[in-house]
Design a protein around this ligand. Structure first.
Ligand SMILES: Cc1ncc(COP(=O)(O)O)c(C=O)c1O
Length: 481
């Protein structure tokens, strides 16, 4: 976000002009006698609003920015994000080596495209695409781009079908639960599709097949189903929804596809629950997105979109561009993007194999369940995703006079990033804390987090009691929480 603060720019300009005199390089002798921190750049303010006339030595620029970034949270203590914060040094090396390659320059970097196609192939098989299907897919910046592209293809297919049947095409809709990530609502707004959002209930934080059947009609371009919801890490009943849609197809002739949002669960289920049918084994599941940068174990930004069959991606959505060399088919929202996360995904596949991924997923799940059990035993927490199918825990506080936001804030003071939020409508009076357990979060870390959670609860209770005792001048108790 760019904020133009005019006054600040003027002030900064003045300051820079007065400092300019002193910005000569240090001579060699001076450099030998001190460290980067001893240079003049550490007693001047860093340019913030206008590009400076003069630069600075690389070491000083590095150190200034590096130190400023210390104000960010520590990724290793970040239980808020699903996104990968650690990779092996060999993956880091490959990523640095390929950092300058623009993925879209397929003609210049043909091998990178070959690698992308291999990953798509591997994913299609991981998601059990039938042998007689020709699956197609693409790397994206993340699941958000993948979801938008997947749904766009379904909108196109729906429109062609309606046109062929001589029916109106001005009222497309999409059916999904309020447990979806915000990007689904974004798709509906950006791509002009009516959003039919099924509200949650007080005690069920996913949708049911019956809910879906009530909402669909001839204008439904697709049904959205999630494996590993953002809010509680649960799963919509995808098999039931598939069966219900098959029945509708038989009785009413509406062929409504399911797009599965496997942003996080799509990289867990194949390894931990290989017999769970949620993917292309189900007839109506026509497209799946997954975030490589979540449980695909790659740094941010990579997602994947896979269509069950080539016929699920209308040809007129594919742009053939020729100005970068050869003829390149392109289905993406963004044009340029880095190659290195795609390469890192391939590294993980060949380095870990099925066994390696499974071991990591099992560890994460074991540590998540261990944390869940410990929290539950205190009597202060109710686990909302009680089976803990995926390595995250969503808990509601019980028997406490403070709320999840207070606890979250308190943990932040200790460095832990544990978000508190309310669930979507109609379960929005429930406030939860969510802890995503990642590969690099050991049992030892779980124990330290648990200790700090309990210490925070104790401190919050103590301060609450003190405040309760406090009486204002009029004799009323002054409650803070
Ligand atoms: C279920 C779900 N879908 C989609 C997304 C968006 O994914 P991305 O951040 O890869 O764009 C998320 C992100 O957390 C998610 O949890």
């Amino acid at each position: 976000m760019i904020i133009f603060v005019k006054i600040k720019i003027v002030e900064e300009n003045k300051k820079m002009l007065s400092e300019k005199k002193n910005l000569d390089e240090m001579d060699d002798h001076e450099k030998e006698q001190t460290t980067t921190y001893g240079s003049r750049y550490f007693t001047k303010s860093i340019p913030k609003y206008i590009v400076p006339d003069e630069g600075m030595p690389p070491r000083a620029a590095y150190q200034l920015i590096h130190d400023e970034l210390n104000l960010d949270g520590n990724p290793a203590l970040n239980l808020a994000s699903f996104v990968t914060t650690w990779m092996e040094p060999e993956a880091d090396l490959l990523m640095v080596e390929s950092m300058g390659k623009n993925y879209v320059d397929n003609d210049e970097y043909p091998q990178t495209e070959v690698i992308q196609d291999r990953v798509v192939n591997m994913l299609a098989r991981l998601f059990n695409a039938p042998e007689d299907c020709k699956s197609v897919g693409s790397a994206t910046i993340g699941s958000s781009e993948a979801i938008m592209l997947g749904l766009l293809a379904h909108k196109w297919t729906w429109r062609s079908r309606m046109e062929a049947e001589g029916k109106p095409t001005d009222k497309p809709n999409i059916v999904m639960g309020a447990d979806v990530h915000t990007v689904w609502e974004k798709f509906a707004r950006y791509f002009d599709v009516e959003l039919k959002l099924i509200p949650l209930r007080e005690d069920i934080y996913t949708i049911t097949a019956e809910d879906v059947v009530k909402e669909i009609d001839e204008n439904t371009i697709a049904v959205g189903a999630v494996i590993g919801t953002t809010f509680t890490g649960q799963m919509d009943p995808i098999e039931d929804i598939n069966n219900a849609l098959l029945e509708v197809k038989k009785t009413k002739g509406w062929d409504i596809p399911i797009h599965v949002d496997g942003a996080s669960g799509g990289f867990i289920a194949p390894f931990i629950y290989p017999d769970l049918p949620w993917d292309f084994r189900l007839e109506q599941v026509r497209s799946i997105n997954v975030s490589g940068h979540k449980y695909g174990l790659v740094y941010p930004g990579v997602g994947w979109l896979v269509f069950k069959d080539k016929s699920d991606l209308p040809d007129d959505l594919i742009f053939n561009i020729n100005y970068l060399g050869g003829l390149m088919p392109n289905y993406s929202l963004n044009f340029s993007k880095g190659s290195n996360t795609i390469i890192a995904q391939y590294y993980n596949f060949i380095r870990l194999g099925m066994k390696g991924y499974t071991k990591i997923m099992e560890n994460m799940l074991e540590n998540a369940r261990f944390l869940g059990k410990k929290l539950e035993e205190t009597g202060k927490f109710e686990i909302l995703n009680d089976k803990i199918l995926f390595p995250l825990i969503a808990v509601k506080l019980k028997n406490c006079d403070f709320d999840a936001f207070h606890l979250s804030e308190h943990l932040r003071e200790k460095g832990w990033i544990v978000p508190a939020y309310t669930l979507p409508p109609n379960a929005d009076d429930i406030t939860v804390l969510r802890m995503v357990i990642k590969e690099s979060f050991s049992k030892d870390m779980v124990e330290m987090l648990f200790k700090d959670i309990m210490a925070s609860i104790k401190t919050l209770n103590q301060s609450l009691n003190e405040r309760r005792k406090a009486i204002d001048e009029k004799g009323n108790p002054t409650l803070l929480y």
